[in-house]
Design a protein around this ligand. Structure first.
Ligand code: 5AD
Ligand code: SF4
Length: 477
């Protein structure tokens, strides 16, 4: 595929979005007739990453326009929608368990609609399994047709038929889909979708389609809407934000986009995820350093510290290249907080090789880590590789890694004692105790001494008690 010649191929035509508005009105009238005395309620539950959370906000936006209100109580719900994740087997097992648990509720409430969407449902094998073994599920749709939810829902409501729609596709970009945000202090802003990297363990490129970037104007428009609505913490989302712009036929890359958003008026902080080391440039790190609104936090997954394993993973960089990026990032931003993802027990990995991961963790001094034991995903290259090390053995390595990171994190947070940080107060951790995050993404809790006035505002908090993963502090004047 020549990336640049296909710029428009991903865009859903606006006529299609208009057509969905008509289905929204139709679904709305069916629902009004069905529930003349009350607002029907939807329970939408999203699993997995922030990309899914952002999809969930669009799903809720469409459902709201169709006439639904929202509830967290499954017993109250007229529609239950699970927005699923396929990244590891454990995630899928949980979802099967939760869908199984709906069977009895549906027996009591046969009118309740059960809908499943997201990455798991983009896999044909899964959708077939739901069709056969979970006959009480009404609607299944994949990641490429989310914008068609009004039409799919209308078909379920009006024809009383089960609807399955997970077409194979390179993916789409659907602009101007309604969105109902989960809160107004923090906002998710997708800048691109899909992934072309095909890391050998990863299911994402198969269920999310090819990499495709939104036009910068669409992103800026949404950023302005978020800021106008009071959003103070914007997270730019993509599987590999460092390759932003590659599918656009114009002079733009992630560093330039970051600068454009940084230049928007308003008091807000910009975060982004996820970055891929192979596409991380010094230009990006320099830009981060120059942009005063960009958080001093960099999530840069390295997955393994061993060069043979990295090659087998198809990651496209070495341990040395990764450490040189860390060094450069610290040179231009001495206060940068680094976090990362690691996979333990990739097929064929030996303990000697795993020790290179420990060594990298020791050297890079991360603030926190997201650590995973390898999970075999059907259809990926790694799923076919011999995997001789037992789960039990991998569990021991995993614990060794967690113990090491715990001691590093403890030492890092200890250094925060007595220092003051600019923190966005996000709400309450518990009664009377605010919570927020430092720019470096460390959770911070501090007593409410101003009767709730700080919520949604930036405040200065002095760290009094560093714990390992969070710190406690107090509000300063
Ligand atoms: N097994 C274990 N962890 C995985 N990840 C992705 N695929 C797998 C898998 N098959 C992890 C990677 C990625 C994070 C989102 O999930 O570390 O960065
Ligand atoms: Fe998966 Fe690699 Fe793409 Fe991340 S970059 S989504 S790990 S294939």
């Amino acid at each position: 595929m020549s990336d640049k010649t296909d710029v428009k191929k991903f865009q859903v035509p606006q006529e299609e979005i208009e057509k969905q508005k008509e289905f929204t009105a139709l679904a709305n009238s069916v629902l009004t007739a069905k529930y003349p005395d009350r607002t029907p309620l939807a329970m939408v539950h999203t699993y997995g990453c922030q990309g899914n959370v952002s999809d969930g906000e669009r799903i809720k936006g469409m459902l709201e326009k169709c006439g639904y209100g929202f509830t967290d109580d499954v017993n109250e719900a007229d529609l239950v929608l699970y927005n699923t994740c396929a990244i590891r087997e454990h995630a899928e097992d949980r979802i099967y368990g939760n869908v199984g648990a709906l069977k009895n509720i549906k027996k009591e409430k046969p009118d309740m609609i059960i809908a499943l969407c997201g990455c798991m449902m983009q896999q044909e094998k899964v959708s077939e399994k739901i069709k056969k073994s979970y006959p009480y599920v009404n609607l299944v749709f994949g990641t490429h047709v989310i914008h068609k939810l009004p039409e799919l829902l209308y078909n379920v409501l009006s024809k009383s038929k089960r609807v399955f729609s997970s077409p194979e596709s390179d993916g789409v970009i659907a602009e101007n889909v309604p969105v109902r945000r989960d809160g107004n202090i923090k906002g998710w802003l997708p800048i691109m979708y899909g992934c072309n990297n095909f890391c050998s363990y990863c299911i994402v490129p198969y269920v999310r389609g090819r990499e495709r970037s939104r036009e910068p104007e669409d992103i800026i428009k949404e950023a302005k809407e978020l800021i106008a609505a009071g959003c103070k913490d914007i997270t730019l989302l993509g599987q590999n934000v460092n390759s932003y712009g590659k599918t656009l036929d114009r002079d733009i890359n992630f560093a330039k986009l970051l600068k454009m958003i940084n230049d928007l008026p308003g008091d807000f902080i910009i975060r982004f995820m996820t970055s891929h080391p192979k596409d991380c440039t010094e230009e990006l790190l320099d830009t981060m350093a120059q942009c005063e609104k960009v958080a001093r936090h960099f999530h840069l997954p390295f997955q393994s510290g061993n060069n043979r394993v990295l090659k087998e993973m198809n990651r496209g960089y070495t341990k040395e290249k990764y450490l040189s990026l860390v060094e450069y990032a610290r040179k231009v931003m001495p206060d940068i907080s680094l976090t990362s993802d690691i996979i333990v027990g990739f097929p064929g990995e030996t303990y000697e090789e795993f020790k290179d991961t420990l060594d990298l963790v020791e050297k890079a001094k991360f603030t926190s880590l997201y650590t995973f034991i390898f999970s075999s995903r059907d259809g990926t290259k790694a799923a076919k590789m011999p995997d001789p090390v037992s789960r039990e053995e991998k569990g021991k390595w995993f614990k060794e890694l967690c113990d090491l990171q715990e001691s590093i994190a403890g030492k890092r947070t200890a250094l925060m004692k007595g220092k003051s940080y600019r923190v966005l107060c996000e709400g309450y951790a518990k009664e009377g105790i605010y919570n927020g995050r430092t720019g470096g993404n460390v959770m911070i809790e501090f007593p409410d001494t101003d009767g709730g006035k700080s919520i949604g505002k930036f405040c200065t908090v002095k760290v009094t008690e560093p714990l390992t993963w969070i710190v406690r502090g107090e509000l300063e004047e």
